[in-house]
Design a protein around this ligand. Structure first.
Ligand SMILES: [Zn+2]
Length: 538
């Protein structure tokens, strides 16, 4: 047994020691700072102090947190701004980030400005205050202030600056330091001549995708916003300098619309990009029109998560390298305020980005369920563990051409399809797949729409075929919306549309769409494919 008083004195001693000794810091004690003429810029410690003050002054709408650590051990500070911070209310979410590149100082000021704008105007009865209040109340807003604080602090050790762009991570097998974080993301990494594989190059992409902790921190945060198979973040801007440009994906290819972007998404990107550029006087274009880059953030954000993700290249439009990256601090206020309208626009559009294309696009694509199968959105094969088919289960992806298989997609490049590997049709029973659950509108009509094809061999019997149902959380079929049966004739697959009004008795119910393909015998051919599943209001 320990002597209680001794234990107390020991604890006191420990407390004394921990107060008296500095905590072990991975960073040098005297942090590099901006020179006096640029004092209005925020170094990393000044940014941290500033956002702490804002959070302390507005605790009900601002929460600060770290999404992870940098190579040198700095925290990558972020803010959540919403009317109920820390609570997931299912609101549309929007992400902003700054300073992927160390020397692009103005981009961090932009991120800080967004926090100041939203926190500072919330609850004000001016027109701007009312607009901000409405957005903070109806959105969950995330701001990552400095993705590369290690690089920034290094940049500040120059006289006055080092023109440093990358992070501060050593390169294995080389004396070179620094990976370009915005070439280190995992989609089309190093694919296309849009980054350098040479350690020390200004756009060195790193030895492999996600080799930088900073890119991994961004990835893990964005991945964590997938709830029930749906990505909550709808819109995003990553701020850089310079060039005065609004850029949309893709950066890896000069093709306007390669097969990994749908026509609808392309039209939406263009319309949103042009609207924002009209508000700030930037020029709007596809990212690769500036120059090709691969492994960048917006390509990954769009491809992996279908987020409407933009790069802003801020002030100035041109000039020497030092003029481009190091504008005087007198311009901070003007050049951040210049983007206020674009930021508010992006926040407002997060409710339904497709609305910029028109009312019909909004109705079709922002209802209770929309899936074009270009990314994984939480469908589950054999959801009840009751499938009996030995072969040909449902999968999401590009269809391969086989007997009775259509290789095309109805939009983009991916579909839900049975027996995705060619020649493996459904055999020996039932194969099913179910959407995530969603709630039907509590009043008014709802409609299910989908594109599908069915291929049936002449041996398929009446018990074989393809069907579409709504099911409840216990797997009970609530309504059957389509049934295609074998009838002794060969049915060639071709894309068709299904449009069915949902029965009024299901108003307000939590349901899922379930697809089933059945081949009771092994000798008949049964294949099916589905794309663009929508449940809409009206
Ligand atoms: Zn940049």
């Amino acid at each position: 047994m320990r002597h209680p008083r001794l234990a107390t004195s020991f604890a006191l001693l420990l407390t004394f020691l921990s107060l008296a000794l500095p905590a072990p810091l991975p960073v040098v004690a005297r942090a590099p700072d901006y020179p006096a003429p640029d004092a209005r810029y925020h170094s990393y410690p000044e940014m941290v102090r500033h956002i702490r003050q804002v959070a302390a002054a507005h605790p009900d709408i601002v929460r600060i947190f770290s999404i992870g650590q940098t190579h040198e051990g700095r925290r990558i500070w972020s803010a959540e701004i919403s009317d109920r911070v820390g609570v997931d209310e299912g609101e549309p979410e929007v992400l902003f980030d700054g300073l992927h590149h160390a020397r692009e100082h103005l981009s961090a000021e932009m991120a800080i400005y967004i926090l100041d704008l939203l926190a500072g105007r919330y609850g004000h009865s001016t027109p701007l205050g009312e607009r901000v209040t409405k957005l903070v109340d109806s959105r969950r807003i995330w701001v990552v202030f400095m993705v590369d604080p290690d690089g920034l602090q290094h940049d500040l050790t120059g006289s006055p600056y080092r023109s440093w762009r990358r992070n501060r991570q050593p390169t294995p097998g080389s004396r070179a330091v620094g990976t370009d974080i915005n070439r280190n993301y995992g989609y089309r990494f190093g694919c296309c001549g849009g980054s350098s594989g040479r350690p020390g190059a200004w756009d060195y992409r790193g030895p492999r995708p996600w080799s930088s902790q900073e890119a991994r921190a961004m990835r893990d945060f964005v991945n964590s916003r997938v709830v029930d198979g749906r990505q909550r973040i709808r819109t995003h801007i990553t701020f850089h300098t310079a060039g005065e440009l609004v850029l949309w994906p893709y950066a890896y290819t000069r093709m306007d619309r390669p097969s990994d972007m749908t026509a609808l998404d392309h039209a939406t990107f263009r319309a949103m990009g042009k609207a924002m550029a009209a508000s700030n006087g930037y020029r709007a274009r596809q990212s690769s029109d500036l120059y090709l880059s691969d492994g960048d953030l917006i390509d990954w954000m769009y491809h992996r998560h279908r987020i409407f993700s933009f790069t802003f290249e801020m002030y100035p439009r041109g000039g020497s390298a030092s003029a481009r990256h190091y504008p005087p601090d007198e311009v901070i206020r003007r050049e951040t305020t210049r983007n206020r309208a674009a930021v508010l626009y992006l926040l407002e559009r997060a409710q339904c980005p497709y609305a910029v294309v028109g009312k019909r696009a909004a109705r079709l694509n922002c209802g209770p369920l929309f899936d074009d199968f270009e990314t994984a959105r939480g469908w589950r094969a054999d959801p009840w563990g009751t499938d009996t088919a030995r072969d040909g289960r449902w999968q999401r992806g590009r269809a391969a051409r086989g007997t009775f298989q259509l290789r095309s997609a109805s939009s983009g490049e991916s579909v839900l399809v049975t027996g995705r590997a060619g020649g493996r049709d459904v055999d020996g029973g039932r194969a099913s797949i179910r959407s995530p659950f969603f709630r039907l509108p509590s009043s008014g009509r709802a409609t299910l729409r989908l594109r599908y094809w069915v291929g049936l061999g002449a041996r398929a019997r009446a018990g074989d075929g393809f069907s579409v149902h709504l099911v409840d959380a216990d797997g009970r079929r609530l309504v059957t919306l389509l049934r295609v049966r074998g009838d002794g004739h060969r049915h060639e697959p071709r894309w068709q549309s299904l449009v069915r009004a949902l029965p009024a008795r299901l108003e307000g119910r939590r349901v899922a769409v379930q697809l089933e393909a059945v081949d009771t015998a092994a000798d008949a051919m049964v294949e099916a494919g589905v794309d663009q599943v929508r449940v809409t209001r009206g």
